[in-house]
Design a protein around this ligand. Sequence first.
Ligand code: NAD
Length: 417
Amino acid sequence: MSESINPFEVALKQLETAAKYLDLDSGYHQILANPKRVLTVSLPVKMDDGSIRVFTGFRSQHNDARGPCKGGIRYHPGVTIDEVKALSMWMTWKCAIADIPYGGGKGGIICDPKHMSVGETERLTRRYAYMISDIIGPLTDIPAPDVYTGGKEMAWIMDTYSIVKGNFVQPEVITGKPLPLGGSLGRNEATGRGLAFTVREAAKKLHINMHDATVSVQGFGNAGQFASKLVQDQGATVIAASDSKGAVFNREGISVDALVKHKQETGSVASFPGSKSISNDELLEMDCTILIPAALENQITDSNAKNIKAKLVAEAANGPTTPEADDILYKNEIMVIPDILANGGGVTVSYFEWLQNLRREYWTEEEVNNRLDKNITKAFLDVYDTHQKFNIDMRKAGNVLAINRVVEAMKLRGIWP
Ligand code: NAD
């Protein structure tokens, strides 16, 4: 894995490539190359031992031409301003591809949540929520969970925002909330479910019979587990899976339910009964039909792309493939369903959660899943048509489609004053 790759440089490079296909005006290109607003906040927190520690947080709002900014908040020691800026740009494209009325945002705090108590995490979260409260809001910027944040943090942010902004409950300021606070049914599974819908559609285009398909999954976490379960339900056989503690393989097939249970009981997929232990490289380079990277960034690079044997790579993780690797995969006729399309199910159901909150009404899980299927299937077909029209890979096609939609909105709105 190439740790030194700057994600914002990758994002700019992708923008530049898409701009060429669209013959994009340099003024609009410049607007899109710079987030609309990036806020850096300094966050003093009383730690449990009585000391005060000052953390740094960010919120980047890349573009809001099509609607309020939308994007998660991550807690990680490796968070950088460039990472947050890149992720906010990718959120703009992701929302445009999904054709939901949002722009792109992202937030992050440089911290190590694994070594903080619940009380310290709550105080940090509330301080951050307060410090960004002037730029977020139900109609301006709606955050969500990301790496090492979840329902608990979203509840604290909703509570803090609601208190400081008028002291009435405003669930629509944030998504990914627990169900009793206005979360949506189906949100937990949404990323994996959306990914499985894109795999189903890609399989039709590639003439893959899902009953003959084998699947290798890197990262058996939230997205990876649900994606595995749902492609298995479509008839595919999962033959390899990994997490941070190990990777397992069984050519005859691994029962996803049994592997989930094993991971719940032991904390890892490692030592799953009947399976063979393999390396991360072996998992990625597995002789399989579908590879699902669902863990980290920069996993498929120019050094291992030529060894990828899957016919289809469906990116649950954000940024698992480098631009150089993309070119190699395309040359080798491997279709990549890019992250901004493949994992768009998460933000799509976040949008459904926001709609339900604004209307103070709640949908059944079936309704959520059916609407998700309709949205993601259309998004896949839109990207696929663009890929065919321009004769470019699916990632470039996704970017071209998204940028075109955003620029169209900017042109219609005009540049004020
Ligand atoms: P998660 O923490 O639930 O799961 C991540 C998994 O990856 C864990 O099982 C972890 O052990 C594993 N992992 C970590 N390092 C690894 C390594 N070196 N090799 C193999 N496995 C490793 O997170 P998640 O929510 O499933 O998110 C996974 C990816 O999907 C991230 O890139 C995230 O940004 C992206 N994503 C998630 C969502 C969502 O709604 N969950 C939405 C969009 C994108």
